[in-house]
Design a protein around this ligand. Sequence first.
Ligand code: SAM
Length: 265
Amino acid sequence: MSVSPYLFWTLVALAAVFAGAFAATLSYALRQRVRMKLRPNFGKPPVPHVAIDVWDEIFRSTGLGPNRASEISFIGQAGALASINDTETWVLGALAKKARRIFEFGTATGRTTYVLARNAPDDAKIDTLTYLADGDDSYEFDANDPDAEKWRKIALGESRYDKFYYEDTPVAHKVAQHFGDSAKFDETPYAAQIDLIFVDGAHSYSYVKSDSTKALRMVAPGGYVLWHDYSPRCPGVFKALNELGRDLPLAHLKGTTLVAFRKPA
Ligand SMILES: C[S@@+](CC[C@H](N)C(=O)[O-])C[C@H]1O[C@@H](n2cnc3c(N)ncnc32)[C@H](O)[C@@H]1O
């Protein structure tokens, strides 16, 4: 059977286009994995993906469904800007039930602060730190961070709140609001004091590194640190936690963008 030269060269061109597209996709995927500090050989990830009910006994299933130890006062995410999803709300609310000292990096609207305060014991204290942009250009950032300018703009966009969801509620007395740049925040008075820490401030690599170092100093024995937005869509968070996951037993909780660490008691 003879093939017309036209058909032959069309097939050759198509094969070349497909091979080129495949090579470009593979090369991009490999570079992404290297950039994110994942192993290019597709080996074990530095932050394993773990089901919530396997991760902590408070979420252990009874066979009929979630354990009632994880029952919380709940309000959904819909309508809250820059906040956590409903499963993440459940996880943080349930952990707050047994936390007397809580610290949050990044308040935004204060919806999560409210959920933490609603579920924490009556004598609990929640410290929450946020940045209030005052229109000047003094916000510090490291130009070497991945997409530094983009994440600086996002951080400043989320730094406009000076009224908060928990205000004028029956749990407002549990909350101490702090304003300032987390990089300049002195964590020494909180060292080894905090039962539950939520890291959700600036999302650039250098801030996540700095906030994480402080959080790990602040967490009490047996206490928890949780980070939000562990996803390639937040490359600074993703990279910082992948690096931390090489030294600490971190878990990426299924159905969430939360990464969790529990300090040994
Ligand atoms: C994603 S929002 C926090 C959302 C909040 N945790 C929630 O669940 O609703 C990020 C917050 O981090 C704050 N932030 C950004 N850069 C900061 C910095 N350098 N120091 C302290 N807070 C910062 C922003 O003002 C904003 O309130």
